[in-house]
Design a protein around this ligand. Structure first.
Ligand SMILES: NC(=O)c1ccc[n+]([C@@H]2O[C@H](COP(=O)([O-])OP(=O)(O)OC[C@H]3O[C@@H](n4cnc5c(N)ncnc54)[C@H](O)[C@@H]3O)[C@@H](O)[C@H]2O)c1
Length: 346
């Protein structure tokens, strides 16, 4: 089976590419190589005869058509997106262009290709989205696949729009679509502007570890390789037109998560001047910061038999170890525009 993976040089896309190659799929990785991309993320598979890379923008319809004609994929896994909430507050335009218009162009290119091949029933357009489309929860409750959409940030609104487009292309044109909405990911190759790497890298540098507000915002954390595994399962076994929520059942407040990382670092690379948690600093909250996300993963668990392989403590241990062993990777990304700065204060 040949997969066209968009955004395969990013954090989650590269985990999908690496796992798919390991499982014997052919993969065409289409990525515009924005500030968030890093081809080192897929260096381990770059020499595989089953791997090809195309630098292209999903807003460039002619380039998309050429990729479909040349590579003839059996399925699309669409991960390319602008993904950082703070950047969406400072500059929402790129989020609308890539996440909404880009998804539209990709859907149209996929539809033209699918119609041109006489509408094969086993073709799949798998759209990868986020739990943030469902809005913010109070202290109880979980997001299910039928929770009404209620996005609050430019990022989540743009992802919600793209979800609606994908469903519409399934209903109206019969394009064989499937969707997934996942909780917060963490793990190896996470770009150094996101919370988990910021904590690890600031701690190692002896800098303040910034926590938004009081650190009480709760997220459901999922190890990125478990997400990639779930995505390939949904691609193969998911029911057409359905969506699947993917979560780790690992709810933690940001403060608890940061303290866990500090404790892991205390054990692995002890600091002379007291525990790493001494570096925790509370900073002004993100505007419109959603209080809590929690995923009810019963559909994917009961219907497809998926469950995460690690708890958040086990996944964080692997992640911290990976950052300690891969300094060359993250150092090269720290010079990119905006990394290390406070963004999204509106
Ligand atoms: N990170 C999370 O916790 C999380 C959780 C749930 C869902 N998601 C979704 O998963 C997907 C991947 O997220 P990520 O964290 O890996 O993002 P990322 O920012 O690490 O990677 C995005 C990739 O998309 C590419 N890209 C951006 N604009 C493009 C364009 N116009 N054309 C082609 N390529 C383009 C970038 O170059 C980059 O390689 C996104 O759709 C995101 O909404 C992320």
């Amino acid at each position: 089976m040949k997969l066209l993976v968009t955004g395969g040089a990013g954090f989650i896309g590269s985990a999908v590419v690496r796992l798919a190659i390991a499982r014997g799929y052919e993969v065409v990785n289409l990525d515009a190589l924005t500030y968030a991309a890093c081809l080192d993320n897929v260096a381990s598979v770059a020499d595989s005869p089953n791997y090809a890379f195309v630098q292209a923008d999903i807003c460039d319809r002619a380039a998309l058509d050429a990729v479909f004609v040349q590579h003839q994929p059996d399925a699309v896994m669409h991960l390319a997106a602008e993904s950082h909430v703070d950047r969406s507050i400072d500059g929402p335009g790129t989020f609308i262009e890539t996440n909404v218009l880009g998804t539209f162009h990709l859907l149209e290119a996929a539809r033209a290709y699918w119609v041109g091949r006489d509408r094969p029933k086993d073709f799949r357009f798998h759209h990868i989205s986020t739990d943030e489309v469902f809005g913010s929860l109070g202290p109880t409750g979980q997001f299910s696949e039928t929770t009404p959409y209620d996005p609050r940030s430019p990022y989540s609104a743009s992802k919600a729009s793209s979800d609606h487009l994908v469903r519409a292309w399934g209903e109206t044109y019969g394009l064989p679509v499937v969707l997934t909405n996942c909780s917060n990911n963490y793990g190896p190759y996470h770009f150094p502007e996101k919370l988990v790497p910021v904590v690890i890298l600031n701690a190692l540098a002896g800098k303040d570890i910034p926590i938004y507000g009081a650190g009480l915002n709760v997220r459901d954390w999922l190890y990125v390789e478990d997400h990639a595994d779930a995505l390939l399962l949904v691609l193969e076994k998911g029911i057409l037109g359905e969506s699947y929520n993917i979560g780790g059942e690992n709810e933690r407040s940001n403060l608890d998560l940061v303290r866990t990382i500090c404790t892991l670092l205390d054990a692995k690379r002890p600091r002379d001047r007291g525990p790493y948690s001494d570096l925790i600093t509370f900073v002004a909250d993100r505007p419109g910061h959603d209080a809590r996300y929690a995923i009810d993963p019963s559909r994917i668990r009961n219907e497809l038999g998926w469950q995460p392989s690690v708890t958040v403590e086990e996944g964080l241990e692997k992640t911290v170890q990976w950052y300690l062993e891969n300094e060359l990777w993250w150092r090269a990304l720290q010079d990119r525009a905006g990394v290390g700065q406070r963004l999204g204060t509106a």
